[in-house]
Write a protein that binds this ligand. Structure first.
Ligand SMILES: C[S@@+](CC[C@H](N)C(=O)[O-])C[C@H]1O[C@@H](n2cnc3c(N)ncnc32)[C@H](O)[C@@H]1O
Ligand code: SF4
Length: 369
């Protein structure tokens, strides 16, 4: 598979209370200079003339004009991409904008619904109401978009199983091709660093997740990654690339890249990004060589999050690993306790294991073979 290209647009109208992504609440006149520098970074990066997928992520890429997005896409190998995705915040679209997206070749839209209940949205510091999700969804459909994702967050303050279930049913009524469900993450750098009252208990999170698995499964969605469900054939190709080790280039402030040998990442400071690009230099802040232990860790972290699991024999062969008797014993114990399933080649999380994915994956990495 050819590499993927990720473009980070950091601008947001307001920072949502839960969010710790690299975002900037900046005035509109800062958008154009940022895009100019992004185009320059693409030139400096030497990124080839083929991209399998392009992902315009944020921040809020739908906040900047479609003309500016067009400038970025014209500087990228967009004509070679089979999938061009954009993250859209409800309430930021118009008929003209959506038509321009279509003309630019954008063929997948990820709509950040978060919830379809106004109280949830208000408590989370979102600027839109549920009606904006419906309006934008229908606008996209009217303009021929046939590959739409909805992002939902489970476990927002005061959310109960009943309201969460209602949320799921409302999302399913729209019948998007893809649904991402994220359990509310407690982010140190978010406005909710000190958790607000009313965050559901851990057991409630498990119930929310189980309800999602059951309802989405019944509705025909495949649970292909721990947080992602898709109608058959509608998996996000760009993200599948990340999870299966396809190289990708990330451009823009805070973006990460992987060239098959090392990972490297850009500065998260807009001022430093501007300074380095204007100086004709790449805005790389750090890098990490993927040593065999890191590759092993990553194969398990990424593989186990996917329904297809991790091919332990292939990983062992590729990295020259012989698993120790202690490691095999731990695998047996985890299997007997119902957390994983291992057929001697493929190792997968069970439904119970998915609820405690991080701890189970850690158990399998440490003790390292
Ligand atoms: C990079 S954000 C950009 C999405 C877009 N700006 C929006 O808000 O609609 C992608 C998704 O991450 C999820 N997200 C962000 N912070 C989160 C948190 N603390 N816990 C769970 N999900 C989170 C949200 O569902 C969001 O839609
Ligand atoms: S969730 Fe989206 S809109 Fe809200 S601050 Fe994060 S990136 Fe911006």
């Amino acid at each position: 598979m050819n590499p993927g290209l990720y473009i980070h647009i950091p601008f947001c109208e307001q920072r949502c209370y839960y969010c710790a992504f690299t975002v900037a609440v900046g005035p509109e006149h800062t958008f154009e200079p940022y895009v100019r520098r992004l185009v320059r970074e693409l030139e400096l990066s030497g990124f080839g003339d083929v991209a399998e997928t392009i992902y315009l992520g944020g921040g809020t890429p739908s906040l900047i004009s479609a003309d500016l997005l067009g400038r970025i896409l014209r500087a990228s190998p967009a004509n070679t991409a089979t999938e061009i995705s954009i993250e859209v915040n409800p309430g930021t679209l118009s008929s003209d904008k959506v038509a321009q997206y279509r003309d630019l070749g954008i063929n997948r839209v990820s709509l950040g619904a978060q919830s379809l209940e106004d109280e949830d949205l208000h408590r989370a510091g979102r600027l839109h109401k549920a009606s904006a999700v419906y309006a934008d969804f229908h606008l996209l459909r009217q303009n021929g978009f046939s590959n739409i994702n909805l992002d939902l967050i489970a476990g927002l303050p005061s959310q109960e199983l009943e309201t969460w279930t209602r949320n799921l049913d409302k999302a399913l009524e729209l019948r998007p091709e893809h649904i991402s469900i994220y359990m509310l993450d407690h982010e140190e750098r978010s406005a909710w660093a000190k958790l607000p009252p009313g965050i559901p208990e851990e057991n409630d999170f498990a119930d929310f997740y189980a309800e999602a698995e059951s309802r989405l499964g019944t509705a025909g969605y495949l649970h292909y990654e721990i947080s992602n469900w898709a109608l058959p054939g509608r998996e996000c190709r760009h993200n599948v690339g990340y999870w299966t080790g396809v190289p990708y280039r990330g451009c823009g402030v805070g973006a990460h890249s992987y060239d098959g040998v090392r990972r490297f990442w850009n500065t998260t400071s807009l001022a430093e990004y501007a300074h380095l690009i204007d100086d004709g230099r790449l805005p790389t802040l750090g890098e990490e060589l993927l040593t065999p232990p890191l590759r092993h860790e990553e194969a398990f972290m990424l593989g186990l999050r996917q329904a297809c699991g991790v091919n332990v024999c292939a990983v062992a062969k590729a990295l020259g690993i012989v698993y120790s008797p202690e490691w095999r014993l731990r695998v047996e114990q985890l299997q007997d306790a119902g957390w994983i399933h291992f057929d001697g080649t493929i190792l997968r999380l069970t439904a119970k294991g998915r609820l405690a994915a991080n701890s189970v994956i850690e158990e399998l990495i440490w003790p390292t073979p």
